[in-house]
Design a protein around this ligand. Structure first.
Ligand code: SF4
Ligand code: FES
Length: 248
């Protein structure tokens, strides 16, 4: 396939960015999207140009690094996958593909398509953990019976990879789906009850401090989430927050 790529180029967070056109030939439909980007970068390097900066690590849908907005959709036109799992067979010869970074004030651009999502790390650090004594006397987690339905819902919430697609696709750049997944994965388990009050209050406070917007109830986050994190988690987050606020 021969393709036209319109890619956002920006040298740093304070520089003025803009779309730049590139042409790429002989793209195999079996290539992944990131392999196509590698091919473009080889082409740019050979011609003495600056390669396009983009984040990636695992390239198998686990790390959540590959934050690209492709043809107006977070992670591109396919559902329930990350950008690194997108294949070029989703496009056809002669297509123009528009590639932008995940845009949100709380995700400042580092360069080109690479954005700084350390705001998510700080939300996690505010409460996305369980404090346990690992001195050797720790009870085996499997010794605590857990209702199968709750275990499944906690597991589903825990599949959030922190990619930020929910934020990028929300018109208010809300991080509610991400935070709700991180709160839910503990709220549904007995191990998470001990610090539940502090967890939800601290994580939501940090989310607000980082400047993320409010939930719009539009549901775009759920549609674009590569892991299918459900809006039910946001309802649970709201219940947990209300319960913790009244308790405090
Ligand atoms: S909720 Fe979904 S879209 Fe949001 S960070 Fe987690 S995996 Fe990504
Ligand atoms: S590179 Fe890890 S999820 Fe895409």
């Amino acid at each position: 396939m021969n393709l036209k790529l319109k890619i956002w180029r920006q040298s740093n967070k304070d520089a003025k960015g803009g779309m730049v056109n590139y042409f790429i030939e002989d793209v195999s439909p079996d290539m992944s999207f990131l392999e196509m980007m590698d091919m473009l970068n080889e082409q740019l390097i050979k011609s003495g140009d600056d390669p396009v900066a983009f984040d990636h690590d695992c390239r198998e849908g686990i790390c959540g690094m590959c934050s690209m907005f492709i043809n107006g959709e977070a992670h591109g036109p396919d559902k329930l996958i990350t950008t690194c799992q997108l294949h070029m067979r989703k496009f056809k010869d002669g297509d123009t593909i528009t590639i932008e970074p995940f845009r949100a004030n709380s995700f400042p651009i580092i360069k080109d398509l690479a954005v700084d999502r350390s705001s998510f790390d700080r939300i996690q650090q505010a409460g996305g953990f369980i404090s346990i004594n690992t001195s050797g006397n720790t009870q085996d987690a499997n010794a605590i019976p857990i209702d199968k339905h709750n275990a499944d819902m906690a597991f589903d919430a825990a599949t959030c990879i922190g990619c930020g697609a929910c934020v990028a696709t929300c018109k208010k750049a809300s991080a509610m789906l991400f935070v709700s997944a991180k709160v839910s994965q503990y709220a549904l388990l007995p191990q998470g009850k001990v610090e539940a009050t502090d967890r939800v209050l601290n994580m939501v406070n940090q989310m607000d401090e980082e400047g993320f917007g409010n939930c719009t109830n539009t549901g775009a986050c759920e549609v674009e989430c590569p892991k299918g994190i459900s809006l039910e988690n946001i309802a649970r987050l709201n219940r947990e927050y209300l319960w913790a606020s009244t308790k405090g």
